[in-house]
Each structure stands twice: as structure tokens, then as C-alpha cells.
Design a protein around this ligand. Structure first.
Ligand code: PBG
Length: 322
């Protein structure tokens, strides 16, 4: 037999043919852009480890969202840096809290942009944990009620979707029930279903000023060693009423994204987290990699693994290229 009968290079000869046989495509439709809102006026403070990302006061946030909308990015996810932190994270579920005011402002100027809110306590608690703390323990069930109040408060302010990221057991069910009772049965929940206790969140904790003041998050976030547990977590959230499920971080967990894609017929999001972003930016700044190409290749890989949506700090930069 003549060798080789099949030559894979035939379909790689030029850009046109490569486009015809391309299996995965990135689009601006895939992106959710994370934004950090802080107190004050005229504040636009760059986050040192996340170049091009800022802590924004509400007046500046509104302008940023207009830019995001003009780029065609369909959604943002909001994180709040409150005026005051306390033991119980009260500003998280205060109708006059930073996020609630930010949502109302955005809805006035850019009503079409989907405003997703991160539902968690760690940015609002003085101890920086994602739940109620007693005697050094992070309590599960007392936290559920506060998360439900937070989600309902975001909904009242006009949020289009809520995204619980705390990793307490039963939070999706509690939030679903509270939303339904408050008249928000149409509001979707994107659950951070499979959120690992990851070192890749480092820059975010500077951005959101939310590092735990004692201990770590290993008693509630998942062990990076576990795969089967990811299936149980996602199944639970779906059973409790999640509309979308998420894997976080993304690049070090592409196997998990692939697995959930195969196991569940639900929209799947992946969070390309702060540390993944910072590494690319740092290496590019040193001239060690081509930052733009690495960015596009990374986002494509997340999509190829099976994600439908990508939460990424690259959203604006990538949108300009697509
Ligand atoms: C809040 C939350 C975190 C991130 C998203 N929501 C931080 C954490 O769990 O410590 C991380 C996002 C990122 O690193 O980009 N619980």
C-alpha cells in the first residue's frame, strides 16, 4: 500500500481550509466579564496583579459597563468591596449595599447587559470567610439564610442572575426557595458547583480585599485532588435548582470541564480565574510569551474542553480581536 494514504496536512494548507475544518470557535457571546465595585467617587484604581482591571466606584463602573456593552459582551459579574465589613457580612444583604446600588445604576444606563452577581460573604465579613464563623468554625446552615437574603436583595435591586460562590452545602436550594417566595421565580442561578480550594485565586483576593484572616477555605472549597466529588457537587446543585453549573478555576481543571460536559446536559461555565490571568500578563510583560496568542489559545482550550461560557478578565481584550 502506498504510504501515506491519509495526509492530515492536506487540510492545513491555508487559512481558508483551516477555517472550514475548525472544530471550536471562540466568540464574544461566550464571555462574562468580572468587575469590582468599590466605595467613593471617581475611583478607577488598577489592580497591580491584574493589569487592565480596576476597582471602580459606581460612577466609573457605569462607564466601564457601557464600554463592555459596546464591545458586544453579553454579561458582567459583579464583586463588591463594601464600605464596612463586620462579623456577619451585613452589607452583603443590605438593599443600600455597594452591589445593590451598583446594579441599579447599571440598569439605568445599560439595561440590556446581563448583570450577574456573585453571592458570597467573604468580601463583606471582617474575618474574610464565606460563612458565619463561630469558635473558629465556618458554620453551614446559619450561612444559608444570609446567602438567601443576599440573593433576594440583589434580585430586588435588578440583578438578572445570581451566582453563589460560597460552597456551603444546600445553598442553591435555599436561594432558589427564597427567590421563588419573593416573586423571583424567573431569575436564573449560576452555581459555582465545582469550586476548588485553589492558589490561583491569589490576585482576586487583593482585588476584592477578601483574604481569610485566619485559616483557609479547605473546609468548604473542594480538594484539587478530587474528580468524582465534582460529579456529586454538580448533581446536587442541579437537583437543588441550578440553571447553569460552573467549574473554577478553568485551565488547571480542563479534565473536570470535559467530564461535566459529558455527564450533564446543562449550560456549563468555566471561570478563568485571576491567577490564570496574572500568569499570562506577567510572562508577557517579561517578553517570555506572546500574551495575545496565549490568551486566545487558553480561552479556546477552555471552550474545546466543553465550556459554553467563560468568565474571564480577558473578555474585553479578546472581544476586540474577535
Ligand atoms: C468569592 C470568590 C472568589 C473568587 C470568585 N468568587 C475568591 C475565593 O473564593 O477566595 C475568585 C475569582 C478569581 O480568582 O478570579 N468566594
Amino acid at each position: 500500500m502506498f504510504f501515506p494514504a491519509y495526509r492530515p496536512r492536506r487540510l492545513r494548507a491555508n487559512d481558508q481550509i483551516r477555517r472550514l475544518v475548525r472544530e471550536t470557535r471562540l466568540s464574544v457571546d461566550d464571555f462574562i466579564y468580572p468587575l469590582f465595585v468599590c466605595p467613593g467617587d471617581g475611583v478607577r484604581k488598577e489592580i497591580a496583579s491584574m493589569p487592565g482591571n480596576y476597582q471602580l466606584s459606581i460612577d466609573m463602573l457605569v462607564k466601564e459597563v457601557e464600554e463592555v456593552a459596546a464591545l458586544g459582551i453579553p454579561a458582567i459579574i459583579l464583586f463588591g468591596i463594601p464600605e464596612h465589613k463586620d462579623e456577619m457580612g451585613r452589607e452583603a444583604y443590605d438593599d443600600q449595599g455597594i452591589i445593590q446600588r451598583a446594579i441599579r445604576a447599571i440598569k439605568e444606563t445599560s439595561p440590556a447587559v446581563q448583570v450577574i452577581t456573585d453571592v458570597c460573604l467573604c468580601e463583606y465579613t471582617s474575618h474574610g470567610h464565606c460563612g458565619v464563623v463561630k469558635n473558629g468554625q465556618i458554620l453551614n446552615d446559619p450561612t444559608l439564610e444570609l446567602l438567601a437574603r443576599e440573593a433576594v436583595s440583589h434580585a430586588r435591586a435588578g440583578a438578572d442572575m445570581v451566582a453563589p460562590s460560597d460552597m456551603m452545602d444546600g445553598r442553591v436550594g435555599s436561594i432558589r426557595e427564597a427567590l421563588d417566595q419573593a416573586g423571583f421565580s424567573e431569575l436564573p442561578i449560576m452555581a459555582y458547583s465545582v469550586k476548588y480550594a485553589s492558589a490561583f485565586y491569589g490576585p482576586f483576593r487583593d482585588a476584592a480585599e477578601s483574604p481569610p484572616q485566619f485559616g483557609d477555605r479547605q473546609s468548604y472549597q473542594m480538594d484539587p485532588a478530587n474528580v468524582r466529588e465534582a460529579i456529586r457537587e454538580a448533581a446536587l446543585d442541579i437537583q437543588e435548582g441550578a440553571d447553569l453549573i460552573m467549574v473554577k478555576p478553568a485551565l488547571p481543571y480542563l479534565d473536570i470541564i470535559r467530564l461535566l460536559r459529558e455527564q450533564f446536559d446543562y449550560p456549563l461555565a468555566a471561570y478563568n480565574v485571576s491567577g490564570e490571568f496574572a500568569m499570562v500578563k506577567a510572562a508577557a510583560r517579561l517578553g517570555w510569551i506572546d500574551g495575545t496568542r496565549v490568551m486566545l489559545e487558553s480561552l479556546l482550550a477552555i471552550k474545546r474542553a466543553g465550556a459554553d461560557l467563560i468568565l474571564t478578565y480577558f473578555a474585553k481584550e479578546a472581544a476586540k480581536l474577535l
